[in-house]
Write a protein that binds this ligand. Sequence first.
Ligand SMILES: Cc1cc2nc3c(=O)[nH]c(=O)nc-3n(C[C@H](O)[C@H](O)[C@H](O)COP(=O)(O)OP(=O)(O)OC[C@H]3O[C@@H](n4cnc5c(N)ncnc54)[C@H](O)[C@@H]3O)c2cc1C
Length: 408
Amino acid sequence: MIDAADAVVVGSGAFGSSVAYHLARHGLQVALLDRSRLASQTSPRAAGLTSQVRATPALTAIARRAVVKLATFTDETGQPLRFTQSGALKIARNERDAAQLGREVERGRDAGIPIDFVSTAEARRRLPILRERGIAAVTWSPTDCNVEPAELPIGYCRAAEKIGATLLPHTPAIGFEIGPRGVEGVRTPQGTIATRVVVDAAGAWSRVVAESLGASLQVVPTRHQLFITEPIPGVVPEFPIARVIDAHVYVRHERGGLMLGGYESDPLQVDAAALAPAFEMADLPLDIEVLRRLAASVADQFPIFQDSAIRIAEYRGGLPMLTTDDRYLVGPLPGIAGAWVMSGCCVGGLSASPALGEALAEWIVDGTSEIDLSEISTARFAGREIDEAELRERCRRAYATHYRADRD
Ligand SMILES: Cc1cc2nc3c(=O)[nH]c(=O)nc-3n(C[C@H](O)[C@H](O)[C@H](O)COP(=O)(O)OP(=O)(O)OC[C@H]3O[C@@H](n4cnc5c(N)ncnc54)[C@H](O)[C@@H]3O)c2cc1C
């Protein structure tokens, strides 16, 4: 156990491990704490998909930078990461969503990201399990990719350690020392670590951690699930990711089988403060019926999931943090000098974590970041208190409409 650090990062998931690694690269003495095993909670349960064309140029720049860093992750960190540039199909089943795709193609062109409409026959050539029934339009984005989610945060942890960070698994932050000049230390059961900088990257617990720092966060832990089938003959890693907009369903290859996940309209929302101290994400109750309903909603395009011979090999879920506007929540915690947060992943934090961790580390060290984080900064909620019922309803709506591009 160490007794002082330049920065203490609370949480070793995709967010915390990335910012810890990037802070260490700036030469800071970093301590990375986790209440549990390293990188063991929501992050390794993700689907690992990227989506680069976002609602605004700033969000697109973050997603694009992240893909560059994912593609070069092993060169940069020396750690393994399974990276598959499979490309992505996005499917509209009505005219409204086809118009959305048209706007995405324009935004992609403006940002220099390859994306265009393709015929349903061409989409099917790329993804032979796709059936053409009920499709109004499809786009093809060749540079989207997927990664093995479990490898990314543990890779950042190990890479951070190699350049001097201290990894402290099974070490919860249980309180903070705050003095007249801001953060002075982080309390753990093993002792206090003196520091002037703390980053709350506690995932589902980030609101609880922010509260013990004296700040309130407008985020709600929201269950998200997926399943993976047993291997299916003919299903190969080259299959692109497919997303069906109105059904809010995604499909991709995994381990010779198919992965399916999606966004139901009535997700389970959790109060992290009420979770048992020993709660692990593996204890989260799952509901396979949610996934069966989502699979049924795309039966015309993916009848393969209705085939009784298909067996589910694994299903899993975690607690991503939703915000009311479906955007990340990154930056200084208002009113507490030295306290920072990296939360509000909105089910897109794993893939964005390389760019967000890099940019937040620049902001902490240099006072500014090369990539514009103003649209996702904590400042946007300052002075806008809402009650718990409204917070939950707005976060539910953000989750349920996640594939509507104008808020994507
Ligand atoms: C089924 C599923 C599919 C997903 N698909 C995708 C996808 O395709 N693409 C994508 O980008 N994202 C996806 N996500 C979202 C992604 O998983 C999250 O955005 C990401 O994992 C968030 O990382 P995190 O570091 O905030 O959280 P976590 O990985 O949960 O890490 C937070 C850590 O903080 C620790 N902690 C909490 N409290 C304390 C404390 N007091 N002291 C010390 N440590 C503490 C926890 O133990 C935990 O390890 C998906 C999520 C799920 C569940």
